[in-house]
Design a protein around this ligand. Structure first.
Ligand SMILES: [Zn+2]
Length: 570
């Protein structure tokens, strides 16, 4: 090519480059949302959105159901279905087998201790005089928030709020700017020195208003039409657990049994809808003070409403309390959406899900002939110790330090005793497992040896158990009760943790910028949320995410990609 013809081509090349890189062209592509609000309701069954739908206002759940992408068949593909694994799965898009958060607590063989999913003896509490500190050091891989921080060289902010440390910490991830949770001894929101050496000023100011104290002496009363409570069982049932310092029927008088605010009151406070309202207020402060969603680097605000779980445990899914709280949660969601609209216009995505559901109170399920039963952990222990001792000699055969975990179906064997007697652990597992199955209400057992070899059937229950198996953390035996039964030393209340629908089926709704509204009936899991939001943000997926990207709900699917630097240049 001659010099002259090159010169003739030059204007054409410039023209082509101009057309394909003009700011106007790039602006026509859908922008990334400026803020992701990840709203997790702790213990919230998908059916609550159906059962109470006629009573929702227009600005809360109904708005999400009408204008959001509503995935009606979203189920966890893991068990136990409890808080820490649920939140870790939401944040990472991975199964517990991969993210390592297999339960709220497990037995750490290396230290001979029961540890929580976030306990960290190397850390200290910030914002309270004392208390156990926590960090995400047991989480394996990255979260949505971590990838967002990495993608903008830490210009994006990630903040996570909850009443429970594990919920805030696991939702945020390892690179979060801040995770805050509630200290029931002081009534303040606190953090760990993993994040900061002092509370940010806006948090200290919020704490200084004594947000919980304002509700001392308040009454939680039924405030919706009687038709709402007609969808629940009787208000007073013998197996309900009374509120701390209170009773088991409306109205609930909130003092914690104290004359002035103190630890028992702060505990009682977390069992009332007022606690959700305070957390939404804290979320607004975070958005304002940290200027979330204000620049071209998208931010993530994760909120986990713990109160729904606490109330559900004490009163069950068919209680007046859960009915009332669900409708008050609708109002809290409405307040949040209204605030986000005013602050961010249409520049945000709100994602709603839950970490698990809940079983009915077992005695109620038994009265209805559904098979409900409280299985005594002492009975399970005795059956196993007797059978294994009869076969292999004196025990104890269950690791004594891991006994508290029996109520979640986690059974760690006494490995020292097995080694001393030169036994094959698979033989001990089998004898112990068969003995457990003789306890009424227990349906199945899974042995570590069998799970290590991948030798479980491909039915849905087994699949859920296998996807929660971590070789270094999981127990030697995992016990699965019949539907509506669970292992519990208590006499009242209910719980969750099973692989069954009532614990596994949760809402998943995407709402806001770039989301295609509609009812989506295809099967999905909460693990799909993190990679889907990563796709909406046009960032890398969390490291070990295996969830499916819900492309069908994303308007960004066929759009040109927008790089962070091109966002900056505007
Ligand atoms: Zn719970």
């Amino acid at each position: 090519m001659s010099i002259i013809s090159r010169r003739r081509l030059a204007p054409l090349i410039i023209l082509v480059l101009t057309v394909f890189s003009s700011p106007a062209q790039r602006r026509s592509a859908p922008d990334r949302p400026r803020l992701i609000v990840l709203l997790v309701i702790d213990q919230f069954r998908e059916e609550y959105l159906l059962r109470f739908e006629p009573f929702f206002g227009d600005r809360g759940f109904r708005r999400l159901l009408t204008y959001g992408a509503v995935f009606v068949n979203c189920q966890y593909e893991h068990a136990p279905t409890v808080t820490a694994p649920g939140h870790a799965t939401i944040a990472t898009g991975a199964t517990p087998a991969a993210h390592g958060i297999i339960n709220n607590e497990w037995y750490e063989r290396e230290t001979g201790q029961v540890v929580t999913s976030v306990s960290d003896p190397a850390r200290r509490v910030i914002g309270a005089p004392s208390g156990r500190a926590s960090s995400p050091h047991r989480l394996i891989g990255t979260t949505l928030g971590d990838e967002l921080r990495l993608s903008t060289n830490f210009r994006s902010k990630v903040i996570a709020l909850s009443y429970k440390d594990r919920s805030a910490i696991l939702l945020g991830g390892k690179l979060a700017n801040l995770a805050l949770w509630f200290d029931e001894s002081s009534g303040a929101f606190i953090t760990s020195d993993y994040y900061a050496n002092a509370l940010p000023e806006w948090v200290a100011r919020f704490n200084a208003t004594r947000p919980a104290d304002r509700y001392f002496g308040a009454r939680w009363e039924k405030s919706f039409p009687e038709a709402v409570y007609a969808l629940a069982a009787a208000d007073d049932r013998p197996e309900e657990t009374p509120l701390p310092g209170g009773g088991r029927t409306f109205p609930h008088h909130l003092t914690g049994g104290l004359a002035q605010p103190g630890p028992a009151f702060y505990t009682a406070f977390t069992f009332t809808p007022f606690a959700n309202e305070v957390l939404i207020e804290l979320a607004k402060r975070a958005i304002e003070s940290e200027q979330l969603g204000r620049d071209e680097f998208p931010d993530l605000l994760a909120i986990s409403l713990s109160t729904n779980d606490l109330v559900g445990h004490f009163f069950g899914p068919y209680s007046h309390e859960v009915a009332d709280l669900t409708l008050r949660t609708d109002q809290a969601v409405a307040a949040l959406l209204t605030y986000l609209d005013a602050r961010l216009g249409s520049n945000y995505i709100l994602a709603l899900t839950a970490d698990h559901g809940v079983a009915p109170i077992p005695e109620e399920a038994a009265r209805l002939k559904l098979g409900g039963r409280r299985i005594s952990p002492a009975a399970v222990r005795q059956a196993i110790e007797e059978a294994v001792s009869a076969r292999f000699g004196e025990g104890p055969w269950i690791e004594p330090r891991a006994l508290p975990l029996l109520s979640s179906g986690f059974l760690y064997l006494n490995r020292e005793a097995i080694a001393q007697k030169h036994l094959d652990i698979a033989d001990v597992e089998r004898v112990a497992g068969e003995a457990a199955l003789k306890v009424p209400g227990l349906a199945r057992y899974y042995a570590r040896t069998q799970l290590l070899a991948g030798g479980v059937h491909e039915d849905p229950i087994s699949r859920r158990v296998a996807r929660s198996f971590h070789p270094g953390r999981s127990p030697d035996l995992i016990l699965i009760p019949e539907p509506f039964a669970f292992i519990s030393g208590g006499r009242t209340g209910t719980t969750h943790g099973s692989p069954y629908s009532y614990d596994a089926h949760v809402p998943l709704i995407l709402f806001g910028r770039g989301i295609t509204p509609g009812i989506y009936r295809s099967t999905c899991t909460p693990a799909d949320l993190a990679p889907t939001l990563a796709a909406a943000l046009q960032i890398e997926y969390p490291a070990n995410a295996t969830g499916r990207i819900l492309w069908e709900a994303l308007q960004l699917a066929a759009s040109p990609r927008v790089a962070p630097h091109s966002m900056t240049s505007r």
